[in-house]
Ligand binder design. Structure first.
Ligand SMILES: Nc1ncnc2c1ncn2[C@@H]1O[C@H](COP(=O)(O)OP(=O)(O)O)[C@@H](O)[C@H]1O
Ligand SMILES: [Mg+2]
Length: 457
């Protein structure tokens, strides 16, 4: 029999079966800093990449860029200090065999206690002040603009490469999708939506899309390279996160989802595999493969089995609140090291468990966490937090989040609990797993049977 530990190590893949037609959205735009531009504006801030992508849109920068750089600098150094040399006190492994090879990967137990504790004063409602201006991203690049380095991740429909721009020499991530595969898996609309939704969003905790193009076989999406690796890897190495650590990541995710919902975008694939850590340890949500504009209700069965809400499993119409259910599963997984409906990796059993809806809370969970989780992981949509009159405020004002100062969190003023051990700006992909490289070269000319299906790229 396979062990629980063994199965949990595997990254989980999507499940999608298109049952409905989906709404088209819109794209338009203006130009912004890009990998193709000569690097005349970027030399001076190598170390603070994230702060400078959207100088006018990132709330952290709006007042005084110099001050915010200084702040990041001091955050960085104090957080690094906290992370160094404090790798010893692991929680006792609850379920998994030891992963001693990675013992240096779990300093997140300590430093954060202090940094989370200084987040007093829970705030009133706070809508992220992020511009809705869109970038021009169509057809801006070709493969010749980049040197492909290695694979960072593979998913159900795509492969993501670390690349270096030949123009400004910075590092980016390019997601490559094979058009034939997308068509075969009936993901045409989802893929067009992925591009369209990603193009609309700008938020400190969401990945930035710089441009897209296609050749006869593949679609390409250029994004920022997020250097710190997947939250999935950190979680599996750590087995589970202490309460304040899980709270920090959950809080950043909550702000990102709140923002997406304010644009009527459902995300639909929340899970640690899609949450990346930047060089300072803040989250970036990647993978908009199932993101979609849904003002009211939709029916498509898609997502990742462990994280699906019961109304999705039951093929009912559903709304944005499926993301709040998934947030509950995510918090549960961060605190426990496994998901509540997990069942030896079998999707059918997982779906049965989801429909039964019985969650066993391990005794080590804080009572505030249990309370929040039981209000998120609830099938009754008239009771699920996030879906009630106050919307996401019911989640943000829940006692489990009491210490979080939401405005400061949005500005990345709260130190992350764990700073990835990488050198920023160097194309350091050491936090990512190794993958067998693609053997088929990209950049084909010639017959293109599917190009017309992806006119936005
Ligand atoms: N911008 C990025 N920077 C670094 N790694 C990334 C980035 N985007 C994706 N990845 C890696 O590639 C993996 C697969 O990408 P994803 O968009 O999730 O594809 P899929 O839709 O196939 O799941 C991610 O889980 C992550 O490990
Ligand atoms: Mg993914």
């Amino acid at each position: 029999m396979p062990t629980l530990g063994g199965l949990l190590k595997k990254r989980r893949t999507k499940d999608s079966q298109t049952l409905s037609k989906e709404l088209p959205g819109s794209t338009a735009g203006h130009t912004s800093t890009s990998p193709i531009a000569a690097d005349n504006t970027h030399h001076h801030h190598l170390h603070f990449h994230n702060n400078h992508h959207h100088p006018s849109d990132n709330p952290a920068n709006s007042a005084n860029p110099a001050a915010s750089i200084a702040k990041q600098q001091s955050n960085q150094s104090s957080a690094s200090k906290a992370a160094d040399g404090q790798t010893a006190s692991m929680q006792s492994p609850a379920l998994q065999p030891s992963t001693s090879a990675h013992s240096n990967a779990s300093p997140q137990q300590h430093g954060n206690a202090a940094s989370i504790q200084n987040i007093i004063h829970p705030s009133e409602h706070n809508t992220p002040q992020v511009s809705r201006t869109e970038r021009t991203t169509k057809g801006k690049y070709t493969l010749d603009d980049f040197a492909i380095q290695r694979t960072l991740g593979t998913g159900s429909f795509g492969r993501v490469h670390l690349v270096q721009s030949k123009h400004n020499h910075r590092f980016y991530a390019i997601k490559v999708l094979k058009k034939a595969q997308v068509v075969k898996m009936k993901q045409i609309e989802h893929t067009n939506d992925e591009r369209r939704m990603l193009n609309r969003v700008r938020h400190p905790f969401l990945i930035t899309l710089w441009g897209t193009w296609q050749d006869s076989r593949n679609l390409y999406m250029v994004m920022d390279f997020v250097e710190g690796g997947e939250l999935f890897s950190l979680l599996r190495k750590s087995q589970r996160f202490p309460n304040p650590v899980a709270k920090f990541y959950a809080a950043e995710v909550t702000l990102a989802i709140e923002y997406l919902h304010s644009l009527d975008i459902i995300y639909r694939d929340l899970k640690p595999e899609n949450l990346l850590l930047d060089r300072h340890g803040h989250l970036k949500i990647t993978d908009f493969g199932f993101a979609k504009e849904v003002p009211d209700i939709t029916w498509t069965l898609c997502g990742t089995p462990d994280y699906l809400a019961p109304e999705v499993v039951a093929s009912k119409g559903y709304n944005k609140s499926v993301d709040w259910w998934s947030l509950g599963i995510l918090i549960f997984e961060m605190l426990c090291g496994f998901t509540p409906f997990w069942d030896q990796g079998s999707p059918v059993k997982i779906y049965q468990n989801i429909l039964q809806g019985r969650v066993k809370f391990p005794p080590y969970l804080h009572s505030d966490a249990v309370d929040l989780l039981s209000r998120l992981i609830t099938a009754d949509l008239t009771k699920r937090l996030g879906n009630l009159h106050a919307g996401p405020n019911d989640i943000k004002n829940h006692p489990w989040f009491a210490e979080v100062t939401w405005e400061r969190l949005l500005k990345k003023e709260i130190d992350a609990p764990y700073v990835p051990p990488i050198r920023g700006g160097q194309g350091d992909a050491s936090q990512y797993e190794s993958y067998q490289e693609e053997t088929e070269p990209y950049g084909h000319a010639g017959d293109d049977a599917h190009g017309h299906l992806f006119a936005d790229f």
